[in-house]
Ligand binder design. Structure first.
Ligand SMILES: [Zn+2]
Length: 88
């Protein structure tokens, strides 16, 4: 019989624990940064209105389109590293 995590109720819980490893990791982050701060961050970053989501999606589309229109040379900013064998 598989016992599921009491938090997410989707993954099997760890041995001698009521939580799965991912939820345990989240709880550890909460312990480090504080539950209020993590909740504040999650509300600010994860919860968006439909309008905000549409703006974000459109911004991504525009940036992807402009990236694709750059003359096709995606490695023009690449600087070849100087190797020890090059230095003589
Ligand atoms: Zn879990």
């Amino acid at each position: 019989m598989v016992y599921y995590c009491l938090w997410c109720e989707q993954k099997p819980k760890e041995w001698f624990s009521n939580w799965c490893s991912e939820c345990r990791e989240q709880k550890n982050l909460n312990n480090v940064y504080g539950f209020d701060r993590v909740l504040q961050i999650m509300k600010k970053c994860c919860i968006r209105s439909e309008l905000q989501l549409e703006k974000k999606i459109n911004n991504h589309k525009e940036s992807i389109d402009s990236e694709n229109n750059k003359n096709g040379d995606d490695q023009k900013d690449y600087i070849k590293p100087v190797l020890r064998s090059d230095k003589k």
